[in-house]
Design a protein around this ligand. Structure first.
Ligand code: 0X9
Ligand code: ZN
Length: 428
């Protein structure tokens, strides 16, 4: 047994070394042979600040990690061509087909697929009928339900509430499966701990929603090769929804499709790119559903959208470098982000410090609706620790770490501005 384990470790180390250390040749120039439209590579690129990262994002790369003066991300052929045209050359480049097999050596049955997310949410609502209700906020492109769990001690289903509202969203990006687990487990935790004095006080005075799976079609597609009986998973590294684009590629980046300063930077015109913004703002049923959900609930005061990975707490603006110009709001954002950082160990920063990207959820929710909105990039910190596919071992610690930030956001939701006055403290 030990020998087998040792052999596996050696094989895994060799495989990792191949992924991370051996630069591969740039893609061959186009020949007569047809190329798959959606072929993509994991690339490591030199970038020493947010302006350089934005140039890379503008070329259509989905930047996934920042490490010193380099970034790692996913690029399609056109993004590679654009990078080359502006003089940026990958120091490493690996076909995703090779990388993804390394990412998950075995199936991860602990992750919830679409049908298990639905059944867990339904079971939670059924077990707590006085507090919890289940609602459908829309349908995905392929017709799957977009399901929300609501916590409100008075109002159920779609009944109106005047209580300050908070919404937690998961998995805009298909391959970020941990961002389904966290809101799902937080919702279950809230139901299980509803009688704890501090939790009860919050739940009596708030209107709370969880939508753990905004992009069910993409998530299902991503793990379709990972049946529970599969010897090895072959996740597809799929990011977008499942829109069939005119060039034969798949998907619109839902976190570039929101209609606030849509397509003004860090989003791609290339349908094959991982950051394709779609043909129009809110062209996708998934972003339309979130929009409608938010617009129908003027009591919403705070929003948190979970993504992976890099361990960051991000706040608007993301479409421009300027800070938000409402001084008290900016002070509140900074204080809350700092508090979130203390509670999680994640790094707080304005979204555009990472890189400019337009059309994301939080810029829209803040810019159009005045909702205090954050993006959490969850565990792990880097691709060395598993990137999008950190394995089931990451679920519980990441969920546990995110309980206190959830309670803090619920606490602050009656008046988020007060964070700027109290320095992030809950009371004035
Ligand atoms: O690029 C994204 O959509 C998010 N990162 S991810 O790796 N999960 O794809 C971050 C969005 C943050 N917003 C801006 N930088 N504008
Ligand atoms: Zn994401």
């Amino acid at each position: 047994m030990k020998l087998v384990l040792a052999l596996l470790l050696v094989a895994a180390a060799a495989a990792r070394a191949d992924w991370f250390e051996a630069p591969e040749a740039a893609p061959a120039p186009e020949t007569g042979a047809p190329q798959p439209v959606d072929q993509r590579w994991w690339v490591v690129l030199p970038a020493s600040g947010s302006a350089e990262r934005t140039r890379i994002a503008n070329a259509g790369v989905s930047i996934e990690e920042v490490s010193g003066s380099t970034v790692g991300g996913v690029a399609d052929r056109r993004a590679l061509e654009r990078l080359r045209a502006i003089g940026i050359h990958p120091s490493r480049q690996t076909e995703l087909e090779k990388a993804h097999l390394l990412a998950f050596p075995q199936p991860d049955a602990a992750f919830h697929d679409y049908s298990r997310v639905k059944s867990e949410l339904a079971a939670t609502a059924a077990a707590h009928p006085k507090l919890v209700s289940l609602l459908k906020i829309g349908s995905s492109l392929q017709g799957r339900d977009l399901v929300a769990l609501r916590f409100n001690s008075d109002a159920k289903g779609t009944q109106k509430s005047a209580k300050p509202g908070v919404v937690f969203l998961g998995t805009h990006h298909a391959r970020e499966h941990l961002s389904t687990e966290v809101p799902l487990l937080l919702a279950k935790w809230l139901a299980a701990n509803a009688e704890r004095a501090d939790v009860k006080k919050l739940l009596d005075s708030r209107d709370v929603y969880f939508v753990p799976l905004v992009n069910p079609d993409g998530a299902e597609y991503d793990h379709a090769g990972c049946r529970s009986d599969a010897a090895r998973c072959s996740y597809k590294w799929h990011r977008k929804n499942m829109r069939e684009n005119s060039d034969g590629s798949r998907g619109v980046d839902l976190n570039r499709n929101y209609g606030f300063h849509w397509n003004t930077g860090g989003a791609s015109d290339d349908p094959g790119s991982d950051t394709y913004h779609g043909p129009a703002p809110f062209s996708e049923p998934e972003t339309q559903a979130v929009k409608r959900f938010v617009e129908e609930r003027p009591n919403l005061k705070a929003l948190l959208s979970y993504h992976t990975f890099s361990e960051l707490v991000l706040y608007p603006w993301g479409h421009k470098y300027d800070p938000i110009d409402d001084g008290p709001a900016l002070a509140a954002y900074k204080a809350m982000a700092t508090k979130f950082g203390e509670l999680t160990g994640y790094t707080p920063e304005q979204s555009s410090e990472l890189y400019i990207a337009s059309g994301d959820t939080t810029d829209w929710a803040w810019g159009e609706r005045g909702i205090f909105s954050f993006t959490f990039e969850l565990t792990p910190a880097s691709s060395w620790d598993g990137g999008f596919y950190p394995g089931a071992k990451a679920i519980d610690p990441t969920f546990q770490k995110n309980i206190a930030p959830m309670l803090y956001l619920l606490e602050m939701a009656d008046d988020p501005y007060r964070a700027g006055i109290t320095g992030g403290g809950a009371s004035k």
